[in-house]
Structure formats: structure tokens, C-alpha cells
Design a protein around this ligand. Sequence first.
Ligand SMILES: *Cc1c(COP(=O)(O)O)cnc(C)c1O
Length: 343
Amino acid sequence: MKQYSDFRSDTVTRPTPKMREAMAQAEVGDDVLGDDPTVQKLESLAASIMGKEAGLFVPSGTMGNSIAIKVWTKELEEIILESRSHIFNMESTHLAFISRVLPRCLPSQRGAMDPEEVSSNVRQANVHIPQTSLICVENTHNNWSGAVVPLDNLKELRAVADEFGLKIHLDGARIFNASLASGISVKDYAAQADSVMFCLSKGLSAPVGSMLVGPSSFIEMARRVRKALGGGMRQVGVLAAAGIISLTEMVDRLQEDHRRARKFAEAIAPLPGIELDPSLIETNIVIFGFNHPRLSNIEFLAQLQEEGVLALPVGNGIRFVTHKDIDDNDVDRANEAFKTLLV
Ligand SMILES: *Cc1c(COP(=O)(O)O)cnc(C)c1O
């Protein structure tokens, strides 16, 4: 058995042999000078899959979101986002540090903000009040246990944005997970947003990189902001080559991750100390409350590690994520360890 079954994140995947081969063979140029053909191929592939005009390869999802917000906003403005969103909670301070905008966080039903509440929180500037300029949405929603935000909700938010002349940025780090779980195309989700960021380095298993897509004028400005943030990379076709494999060969297998996450959730839900409704697990992230008579979540995670199972705490709870390098044996190993340690 391998040393660890690593459920910490879907970012821990190793590149596939095909990715390594494509990286070795990649035709490259200087991408800052605009002549890396492999990067160009990845950028146009990403744009066409999402139904947008243009794409930009960025080193990380955090940089993609940072750039999008920088391009769509200016100082003295405010943006609306969901309270548990990755952008607000997990991306250091780029809203303040880079864009110098205020976040206005709203609650949600598993990631879906109430359109009326969003509408009543849009602010028109005066001397006291910042101007709202952007709404950010996240799909799937990481901190809501990988919940799929319904397309109808996004359409209603689009209508609010249009009424007030706001932009929408979709943090679609796991938009392909949302699409496979719901049967709705990524294009249909992307159509509700002005710009979309999605990650190649998560379930899609690329070693590095995320994509930002949107209108050509937006991507032109995004490219300038990426450079200003130090994200202009040279013979980066070696990385883009892996990203092309992500998009052409690694999407459909996300279904396997969803099936395993559900199987894991169903097995652990009845055990002492676990607070989890497995019917809510739609994709590859299983977040559950932990309230055990003998153990804290941190103590339990340390014991799991001794059994060869790795996961991360969230608050007083725990998060398990399935991905390419988790197979059915890993799930069985985790289930066995839970039974041994908790019962
Ligand atoms: C991981 C993640 C990001 C950021 O991606 P990095 O590549 O880790 O910077 C953004 N949004 C969501 C929802 C994520 O899960």
C-alpha cells in the first residue's frame, strides 16, 4: 500500500505520464513576447470551451481572481461576494492589497446568494458611500462542501447585475465539477458571467496553472496586470502543454471523484462524532462537523495520519477531497480507519 492516502486537496495530484510526455515535447517560444505556440493553443482552447473571446494562462487561481477583480474595479468601489467564498477567505488580502476595494459579504444557501438581498446591497456612490461595481460568485463552492450553485440562481444574479450595470466574475476553480455533477455545460455557467477563472491544477491534475477567460478587451488588460504582478512567464509552453491534456483528457474522470466522495460520505456519516448529511455531497469535497466524546478534530487527524490517511481541519470540522490519485482502496482505507478510531 502507498504510504499515504492523501485527501488534503485535489491539488496534490501528480501529473500523468501523458502530461510529462507532452511537457517534454512542447513547442515553446517567449510568451511575454507573444510567441509561445503552446500557450496560445491553451488560451484559445480555454476560451472556446467556455464560450468567451479570449483566455489568459496564469500561474495560480489566486492570481487569476486577483487580476479579474483588478481589471473590473477601481478605487473607491465595493464588490459583493459570498461570506464563505474562497476570494474573501483564502486568498490573503488581494482585495485590499492589489485592488483597494471593499468586500461586502452576503450569506447564502450553500453558495447561492439571494438575488433580492444582492440587489438591496448594491450601493450607488455618494460622498459617504462606495460604488458597487462587481459581483463575485463561486461554482462549485469549496467551503460549502463542493456544492453546485444552481444555474437559475446565477441567471437571477445576472439580471441584478444587468439592472445596475455591474460585472460578474465567476470563480470557477472547479467549474468542470459543477458541470459534470449537474449535466449543465460549462458554457451555460460561463454565459452568466463576464469573466471566469478556472484551475487546471486541481481535479484536472496539471502541475501548475489556471485560466482566466472573458472578452478580448478584458484579457488584453488582464495580460498587462499579470505582468505588473510578476506573472509574465517565458517558455511557459512546457506548463501549458500539461494544461492542454487537462482540458482534453482529464475532465470526464471527475465523475469518479464524485462517486468516491459520496461513497466515503455515506460510509462515515453514521459513525460517532461525525456530523454529515451524505445526500448533500454533490462533487469531490466532503466537509463535515466533528463532535466526538473522546477526540478533538486535530487529535483525530493526527491518529488518521498514523493510519496513513491525510486530511485537513476546517474550523472544528474536517475536509476530505477526492481526486485522480485517490482510488477505491484509498477510500476503503479511510473508512476502515474511521471505524477503528471512532467506534
Ligand atoms: C483553489 C481555489 C482558488 C485558488 O487557486 P490557487 O491556484 O490555489 O491559487 C480559487 N477559488 C477556489 C474556489 C479554489 O478552491
